[in-house]
Design a protein around this ligand. Structure first.
Ligand code: TMP
Length: 206
């Protein structure tokens, strides 16, 4: 539940690499803006100068899996402090390309880090703050892999094998089952127009 006492909402987009979330990010932000809302579009890891520097390392340097998890949450702490919380406090809607569900999916599911450790970091870094809405873009892995194959410069995560992505996908779906009020699973194997109709319905209920 959002702890901020105004109408601003915190929306996150999630999904395995190649699931198609990026296609919908800008559309969603524009749609909200056209309804007269102030909208800030941001991303994780990243969103602040320090977070973007950490992103560079996270995406390109080999590291211990606990280092990876700690850096993801370090970037998030900064992101919350410098960007997300101030924006929400001013009544600006925040749309973030990934947030903590990605840590549970990638570091937890993909790399096998103990979920209890992630929960401790989550509590430490964000206390009770959770997104108001999370859109989880889901496609069969064959499709997301095909999309990634068209990309010529893949990062450390995108270069992972099929079974890694299978675990990430399962972990995301497990989160969606755990938090059905917050996480909406979007079948992104459909046309862009069909998905936009569904997104429109979802945001109108916020
Ligand atoms: P992007 O490709 O969506 O920009 O995300 C960068 C990568 O970072 C993506 O492969 C997922 C990964 N990631 C994690 O492993 N854990 C996290 O907590 C976040 C936010 C991203």
């Amino acid at each position: 539940m959002n702890i901020i006492q105004n109408n601003a909402r915190f929306i996150t987009l999630e999904g395995v690499d190649g699931a198609g979330k990026s296609t919908h990010l800008n559309w969603l932000a524009e749609r909200l803006r056209s309804q007269g809302k102030q909208v800030l579009l941001t991303r994780e890891p990243g969103g602040t100068p320090l977070g973007e520097a950490l992103r560079e390392m996270l995406l390109h340097q080999a590291m211990h899996l606990e280092t990876e998890a700690l850096l993801m949450f370090a970037a998030r702490r900064e992101h919350l402090d410098k960007v997300i919380l101030p924006a929400l406090a001013q009544g600006t809607w925040v749309v973030s390309d990934r947030f903590t569900d990605a840590s549970f999916a990638y570091q937890g599911g993909g790399r096998g880090l103990d979920e209890a450790r992630l929960q401790i970091l989550e509590q430490w870094v964000q206390k009770d703050l959770q997104p108001d809405l999370t859109l989880l873009f889901d496609v069969p892995l064959e499709i997301s892999r095909q999309r990634l194959a068209q990309n010529t410069s893949l990062d450390r995560f995108e270069l992972e094998k099929q079974d890694f992505f299978q675990r990430v996908k399962q972990a995301y779906l497990k989160r969606a089952a755990q938090f059905p009020q917050r996480i909406r699973v979007i079948d992104s194997g459909r046309t862009i127009e069909e998905i936009q109709v569904e997104l429109e319905n979802i945001i109108s209920s916020l």
